[in-house]
Design a protein around this ligand. Structure first.
Ligand SMILES: NC(=O)c1ccc[n+]([C@@H]2O[C@H](COP(=O)([O-])OP(=O)(O)OC[C@H]3O[C@@H](n4cnc5c(N)ncnc54)[C@H](OP(=O)(O)O)[C@@H]3O)[C@@H](O)[C@H]2O)c1
Length: 279
């Protein structure tokens, strides 16, 4: 499947659809699903220290041993409270690496920003993890344009390569400012909750558009996101039979008129007021 996107300006290319690991219930079933996804060309996985209290990272570690570390681009995330000091950041990253069973992760993100903690110092501590060789690249999550600008200013040797944010056909707030901003600056958006945790299933507009292409609403919803040049989506499933819908979102693109129709007719769950000042 040749549908790949560069992460930031790193030169690293990953499949336009990756896999998330939040809220896995049956890890054995999930392993079957992830192995199948790998066979079908999905090569990037998102996890976090907080998912399943570390169990998700252990799962990803086992997956890496099965498919070969170098074949997967692994993203993990550190909670803001673990980035308040250099020592805490190092201890946290070491625990993540131990669970993952590797020496270096591909990308570590600040999971979200806490208003009462200094964003600059968290980013500096994140950068120290790259300097120590614990991660190849750094990035952020849940940051809007202003905070992302502050994060970028706080770096000295490592660029912010990713902002991972909520983005779906039902939540298009990031389209207004964040996507244009990140395109201009060579930052990749990793779209989380891209199928709204299953809520897009049965959407009549997506379904009808999909009929033209022989695609389902899941494939249309994911394809809509990756029509943006810098967006990679990271849906989650632990069911092997649902992987085909993620894979089927790649390798083609919705026509301009269908993208416009989604913008016009698929109702956003957020009001226009929410857009102001949002990411
Ligand atoms: N940075 C952040 O703050 C943040 C926040 C949230 C999520 N994330 C990341 O993004 C990933 C994806 O987001 P998400 O898990 O919130 O939401 P999502 O990918 O939009 O939806 C996942 C949910 O949809 C279900 N699903 C998948 N395919 C389906 C299908 N064909 N029909 C019906 N239901 C289906 C899954 O259940 P089954 O597994 O049973 O199929 C799961 O419950 C997460 O796993 C996590 O890695 C990051």
């Amino acid at each position: 499947m040749r549908d790949k996107k560069e992460i930031g300006r790193t030169g690293e290319k990953v499949s336009s659809i990756g896999l998330g690991t939040w809220n896995i219930i049956n890890y054995d079933a999930a392993m079957d699903a992830f192995l199948y996804a790998y066979e079908r060309g999905i090569d990037n996985i998102d996890t976090a220290e907080m998912y399943g209290d570390g169990r998700a990272e252990e799962f990803v570690g086992e997956f890496l041993r099965r498919v070969g570390r170098d074949n997967i681009f692994v993203t993990t995330k550190i909670m803001p409270q673990n980035l308040v000091s250099r020592d805490r950041a190092i201890a946290s990253a070491e625990k993540s690496l131990r669970r993952l069973g590797i020496d270096t992760v591909d990308l570590i993100l600040l999971h979200w920003s806490e208003p009462h903690l200094s964003l600059e110092s968290q980013i500096k501590n994140l950068e120290r993890l790259a300097e120590k060789g614990y991660t190849r690249y750094i990035g952020v999550s849940n940051l809007g344009v202003e905070e992302l600008g502050i994060a970028q200013e706080a770096t000295s040797r490592h660029e912010i390569v990713v902002d991972q944010v909520r983005y779906s056909v039902y939540d298009r707030r990031v389209e207004r400012r964040l996507i244009p901003y990140t395109i201009e600056r060579g930052i990749t958006i990793q779209a989380y909750s891209p199928i709204e945790r299953g809520a897009i299933i049965g959407d009549p507009v997506l379904r009808r558009i999909g009929e033209k292409y022989g695609k389902t609403e899941v494939e249309v919803a994911l394809n809509y996101l990756i029509t943006n040049p810098n967006v990679v989506a990271i849906p989650k499933t632990e069911k092997k039979e649902r992987i085909d819908l993620f894979v089927g979102a790649m390798g083609w693109r919705l026509a301009r008129e269908d993208i416009e129709e989604i913008r016009r007719r698929v109702e956003s769950r957020y009001s226009i007021e929410d857009l102001e000042g949002e990411s």
